[in-house]
Design a protein around this ligand. Sequence first.
Ligand code: AMP
Length: 505
Amino acid sequence: MTNHLFSLIRSRIPAPDKVFIETPQGRTLTYADLVEGTGRYANALVALGVAPGDRVAVQVEKSVSAILLYLACVRAGAVFLPLNTAYTIAELDYFIGDAEPTVVVCDPAKREGIAAIAGKAGVKAVETLDPAGNGSLANKAATHSPSFDDAGRAADDLAAILYTSGTTGRSKGAMLTHDNLASNARTLVDYWRFTASDVLLHALPIYHTHGLFTATNTLLMAGGSMLFVSKFDADTVMKLLPRATAMMGVPTFYTRLLQHPGLTPDATKHMRLFVSGSAPLLAETHRDWRARTGHAILERYGMTETNMNTSNPYDGDRVAGTVGFPLPGVALRIADPESGHVLPQGEIGVIEVKGPNVFKGYWRMPEKTAAEFRADGFFITGDLGRIDERGYVHIVGRGKDLIITGGFNVYPKEIEGEIDAVDGVVESAVVGVPHPDFGEGVTAVVVRKPGATVDERTILSALEGRLAKFKQPKRVIFVDDLPRNTMGKVQKNVLRDLHKDLYAR
Ligand code: AMP
């Protein structure tokens, strides 16, 4: 049996000496280096006891070596499990306990803390990898042979588990197969016209589906090159744009670049494609970008569980405020959220999708998985949308209260749980309100116990160390009572409305 995903990647390598990754720090990795490096890491993982199907949890800073580690897991038949670098030890305790990885790879600074929680989850080894590509795992890999026999993996075998935030406070591990990733990458190569001549400017994090799969896998399937920036920074991106042909970003990238004086048609004349996704791109940003550069940003829609579902067209109208058409091979429909009946064109309902891109289910959560699929195999995304008369999909809202801040999902329930545990707090409601920089700013509305002196600072410092930075509220507001409807439910729409100008510039 071949290794479904890696065999495809390997078959599309244009030439061994072709550059795969280049960093602004001057590191260059060719495709031959990619094959050798992943071979060494795969051998190191096997020597640590990793067998096909085992999970390898990875919480490391973005680096070229982290990409090698991802692909080494694929080659070894392991299930790659990336974790947001902002997660605290308290949060990692849940992920490691739930996923029971064989090996955990982390930043050297986190090693001690993780080792303390890893034992009870049956982890065999905790290894390190730092941003420069040094660490105990890198040292081990260096002693191993670059040749490695790829583990046989079928299309339906797991390649990765990516945790999404959970509405009930419990995160769910989305199980993605080799073919979920391979099929979506191949579709995007064709749809977005990627070739080996492309140079993708990569400034996204790689613990999330956008930077890891949408960007990296698509580029690999095209046999192109990446300019690999460890963290988005407008100056660095502006410097590299003249050498790139394409960029994939979250809306924040575009709003920040629009503030840069260097953004001109000349600075972007070498580019053929700007893609945006992970959160709604304001129609205004789309317009401003076109006016400043002459390029129409191509907006697309996807999620961790489904990879990419829709895209504006490569040729033809890229319509601001829409996410375009279902991708080839993806069936998309709008249904009544309660009954599941498919709605007539133009009506608003929940977006449901089916196709080779859709994940296999949530790790060790069969009931949750069953509840989110219809009997005919369509996945209920939880996003609300409609399809217009030209067939463009519009996203009109999100399942309830999900907050998207700087491209990251924050589920209020988890934050509310932490705030409610603070001394002197009766209850809280966390909402997202418009924020000029992050799209939405996490905002907490809190009711104090009579006589309690708890203030904004007390709450924010109680959350430090409990929650990743991006989940921590930007502001805490105190009220006497939360607004409720007749059924006793907190009316978050009222709160969002009340505080909609909180972050206005
Ligand atoms: P994630 O799983 O982190 O990729 O988040 C997926 C969610 O992001 C989707 O369910 C949508 O709610 C939202 N999303 C992704 N792309 C877009 C987009 N282009 N416009 C609006 N929302 C989007």
